[in-house]
Design a protein around this ligand. Sequence first.
Ligand SMILES: Cc1cc2nc3c(=O)[nH]c(=O)nc-3n(C[C@H](O)[C@H](O)[C@H](O)COP(=O)(O)OP(=O)(O)OC[C@H]3O[C@@H](n4cnc5c(N)ncnc54)[C@H](O)[C@@H]3O)c2cc1C
Length: 155
Amino acid sequence: MPATGSTVLERRDGAGLETSFANCRRGVAGYSAPWAGPGVPAKAVRWLLMRHRPLVIWPLADWAMWRWGLAMLANCNERAYEVNKSRMLRLAEYSRDCLRQLRADTGIEYDERAQGTLQLFRTQKQLDGTGADVEILRRFGVPFEVLDRDGCIKA
Ligand SMILES: Cc1cc2nc3c(=O)[nH]c(=O)nc-3n(C[C@H](O)[C@H](O)[C@H](O)COP(=O)(O)OP(=O)(O)OC[C@H]3O[C@@H](n4cnc5c(N)ncnc54)[C@H](O)[C@@H]3O)c2cc1C
């Protein structure tokens, strides 16, 4: 049988030179969450009106972009968020296990630390807003703790 192969089309000189080149390098499966969530459309409008905008939308005449935007809006509700987050979580956990296996198989080393992640919330409202995420983590057996101020200091 002829060998099967894949062709990678890449506009840069090598792979991994764009977004993958300079991200925060956190590999936290439990953090995986869709951008499309309840409350995101209102937030997006606020972001667009800010002086130092974290979001910019160029109104291009690109049907694919508008179709994607409409699909995203249609997913900004609790039901879709829960379905999408649980799918992303399963995929992220699978990827994490593949990475562990790759490390074991190849012995590659990098500045890796596995001490968990501390996520801080400035307000009680923000903390209360994590209810759906916390429920999904609990359902999928992802270990987590909700800490108060003293707990954070100890951690
Ligand atoms: C500031 C920042 C911090 C982040 N931190 C984290 C983090 O801590 N943990 C985490 O898990 N994720 C993080 N992310 C997200 C993560 O980096 C991205 O989801 C991931 O790198 C996307 O990988 P990719 O292969 O899809 O895209 P890319 O790495 O951007 O690869 C896309 C490739 O397609 C090529 N390409 C584009 N258009 C064309 C074309 N027309 N023809 C040919 N080639 C083309 C590009 O040159 C590029 O090489 C972060 C992102 C950002 C921006």
